[in-house]
Design a protein around this ligand. Sequence first.
Ligand code: SF4
Length: 99
Amino acid sequence: MNLRELVPGWQDLALCRHYEHGGIGTFYNTSPDKTELAMMRRVCGICPAQPDCLAVAMLEERDMGKSSRFGFRGGFTARERYALSKRWRYNDEGGRSDG
Ligand code: SF4
């Protein structure tokens, strides 16, 4: 996926907008407990915006180290996204390919 393929207005499809975890289109809970994390994973698992949400998160964070990332976005914790970033390569249009 690259940024040109994002669904316009994907944030409007974000299921997390209906939950009280702050932010629009993303969960910005930096330290969820087990119950919250399980709920977030379930919501992200059925969210129609998940591919776009994850793509944007990965692009925004692509030059960030592990400790600079926060929040639960696109179905992944900050630590999980960091691990994903080690396997992804990005092109100039914001696209990715598995490395
Ligand atoms: S994938 Fe998860 S964090 Fe991203 S918009 Fe959907 S519900 Fe929110």
